[in-house]
Design a binder for this molecule. Structure first.
Ligand code: PLP
Length: 365
């Protein structure tokens, strides 16, 4: 089977993990954690990095560190992985969904203001599938209305918006290092900020909010969201070749684009002239004039040993968020119906991509 994604683990990872294990520092204290936090923050052009157990809890930590909770509302796209909305729900705040833009597939900035109320506290733009959101417009709306911006950059490490790193534009940025993400630590996440107060609060919250001056003393309720030195050892090795990983992702996307550009009924992934997409998932839309529908294409590719994923199911239609079921988000719904992630891993060979393309073309003849 050609997988949609698989981690690319090399000798460096093994070497750092071995060193870490031999040192005995396998829990959440250790030099690898510190080095990984510092270097990942620096890579994104941010001051402070706080590693944590996964990307979902990075979002949760971010929201709690900003004081968001019951009675508050947080705006996010409906077309995203469920974690974005779940993290908001964990705080007691209400996720308020916004439709997608047809061209970037990201949250539509022009639809944000109509969803704001006096309870709105923050916006979480998600850089979906590796393409940055239109951040200037989002930041402008946030500033005009006194809202925080938390970038959900779980799918877009290293992507650029007008030359700026994704994750360097909001008050806080959250990343995931899950096995299929741009770089991985197995499970893992990171919160980035330039604000020292947010940094201190998030760090405290990550570790049961234990006082830094009095041991086993807790002024408020925190969490255990810590990351381990073993994970950080893998992360540091991954970070050392993130440029190479992104180069391969972009090269593979270019090859797909060149082979698929004349196929009628396919819409290729976006790359706005202000954006540098990292193509976390190389994704296409199967339009209505394509000979088969999306799920039939997926079945036929699976028969040829090619794995794919449908787009995320918009959150407003999911039973877990049934209170939103009567609301319609036509752009997100259409993207979710037509979108498919093709094999996008760093380990893909040129022949694999040609194979995927042949599979797609075989549906036409
Ligand atoms: C992967 C992902 C997350 C959550 O990350 P985990 O590490 O799996 O908890 C959050 N938001 C988006 C958009 C994601 O793709």
């Amino acid at each position: 089977m050609i997988p949609v994604a698989e981690p690319w683990i090399g000798e460096k990872e093994l070497q750092y993990v071995t060193d870490c294990v031999k040192s005995g520092w396998i829990s959440s204290l250790g030099d690898y954690v510190i080095a990984f936090e510092e270097r990942f923050a620096r890579y994104c052009g941010m001051e402070y990095g706080i590693s944590c157990a996964n990307g979902t809890v990075a979002l949760h930590l971010a929201l709690v560190a900003l004081g968001i909770g019951g009675g508050d509302e947080v705006i996010c796209p409906t077309l995203t992985f469920i974690a974005t909305a779940n993290a908001i729900s964990y705080t007691g705040a209400k996720p308020v969904f916004v439709d997608s833009e047809p061209y970037t597939w990201n949250i539509d900035p022009e639809r944000i203001e109509e969803k704001m109320t006096k309870n709105t506290k923050a916006i979480i733009p998600v850089h979906l599938y590796g393409h940055p959101c239109d951040m200037d417009r989002i930041l402008e709306i946030a500033r005009a209305n006194g809202l925080y911006v938390i970038e959900d950059a779980a799918e877009a490490h290293g992507a650029k918006y007008k030359g700026k790193m994704v994750g360097s534009m909001g008050d806080i940025a959250c990343f995931s290092f899950y096995g299929n993400k741009i770089i991985t630590t197995g499970e893992g996440g990171m919160l980035l900020t330039n604000d020292e107060d947010i940094f201190e609060r998030a760090k405290l919250l990550r570790d049961h909010a234990m006082s830094t001056t009095k041991r086993y003393w807790h002024e408020f309720i925190g969490f255990n969201y810590r990351f381990t030195n073993v994970q950080a050892a893998i992360g540091l090795a991954q970070l050392e070749r993130i440029d190479e990983i992104i180069k391969i992702k972009r090269k593979n996307a270019k090859l797909y684009n060149s082979l698929l550009k004349d196929v009628e009924g396919l819409t290729l992934p976006p790359e706005m002239d202000w954006a540098e997409n990292v193509f976390w998932m190389y994704s296409v839309l199967i339009e209505d004039d394509f000979p088969v529908v999306r799920d039939e294409l997926a079945d036929s590719l699976r028969e040829r040993g090619i794995d794919t994923r449908p787009f995320f199911c918009p959150i407003h239609v999911q039973p877990a968020y049934s209170e939103y079921n009567s609301e319609r988000f036509p752009v997100a719904e259409e993207l979710a119906r037509k979108g498919i992630n093709l094999p996008s891993g760093t380990t893909l060979m040129r022949e694999d991509i040609q194979n995927v393309v042949s599979g797609i073309l075989s549906c036409i003849s």
